[in-house]
Design a protein. Structure first.
Length: 272
């Protein structure tokens, strides 16, 4: 294949990756508790979310991207009938289609599940049962199952402790207000950490397979472009998701803190 053809293929890869990352950013609800608890206005939230989306993708995205790209497919790209570029293109397009259709029908779906599902499907098609690293899939699945359980357990415990502390130490409305103001600063930091970790995790969905089988491509530039795509999605369409989810439950800074502590911990540990 000529150099010009490879450049065209790379451009197509990048365009599809940007579309996927834009869609992921548009559906990012990480900052919703800040809106629900009225700690920041929507403009401030979007700027903050965009900054941490770019930073998280660039600084944390490489490890998860390599896990998605290198450790799931077990295909021999030298074998006849298996084209490396076609593999990347198929997975990127299938992921984009699933995300677009689910958004169009208002169906909540994980971009990670869509990406991993596409990789597994192609692995089975081209390599049968031996085309997929089932050990890696099992490890990922166990984490997917464990994370909501861990999140629920930790959130429940944090809420119990906070309520106990309030009943014991707070005396009157002024003390309550002071306590909530302190939590405003704490929750702001925790949500920024969550957004940072989530961007690192989500960036793998748009560039992971390109990193794994896309040939000699500079991963840093891929992650920068992905981060910009995430940020664009957040700024252009993300306000809708953030506002809708922020209005679903009226949160105080202290209750938002209880929700975000386990979320930040699970996301950061899983990404690293």
């Amino acid at each position: 294949m000529g150099k010009m053809a490879l450049e065209y293929i790379l451009i197509i890869f990048l365009i599809i990756s940007v579309i996927i990352s834009f869609g992921i950013g548009a559906n990012d609800e990480t900052m919703a508790p800040l809106y629900g608890s009225r700690i920041l206005n929507i403009k401030q939230i979007l700027i903050l979310a965009a900054i941490f989306a770019i930073a998280g993708a660039v600084l944390l995205g490489e490890g998860v991207a390599k896990s998605v790209g290198d450790k799931i497919l077990l295909l021999d790209y030298e074998a006849p009938g298996i084209d490396q570029n076609a593999v990347v293109m198929t997975i990127l397009i299938s992921t984009a289609i699933v995300l677009i259709l689910s958004s169009a029908f208002g169906l909540p779906i994980s971009s990670t599940h869509a990406t991993i599902g596409g990789i597994i499907g192609l692995g089975l098609l081209l390599g049968g049962g031996n085309g997929v690293n089932w050990t890696t899939i099992l490890e990922m699945s166990m984490w997917w199952l464990a994370s909501p359980i861990v999140g629920y357990t930790v959130t429940y415990g944090v809420v119990k402790l906070l309520n106990k502390r309030k009943l014991k130490n707070l005396k009157g409305f002024k003390d309550f207000e002071k306590s909530e103001n302190k939590f405003s600063y704490i929750i702001l930091i925790i949500i920024c950490i969550t957004a940072f970790a989530r961007a690192g995790n989500d960036s793998s969905n748009s560039v992971g397979i390109v990193v794994g089988v896309g040939g000699d491509i500079d991963i840093l530039w891929l992650l920068i472009i992905t981060g910009l795509g995430l940020a664009s999605g957040i700024i252009v369409l993300g306000r809708i998701v953030i506002k809708n989810l922020g209005k679903m439950t009226e949160l105080r800074p202290s209750t938002a803190f209880a929700v975000q502590v386990p979320t930040a911990a699970v996301m950061l540990i899983g990404t690293i």
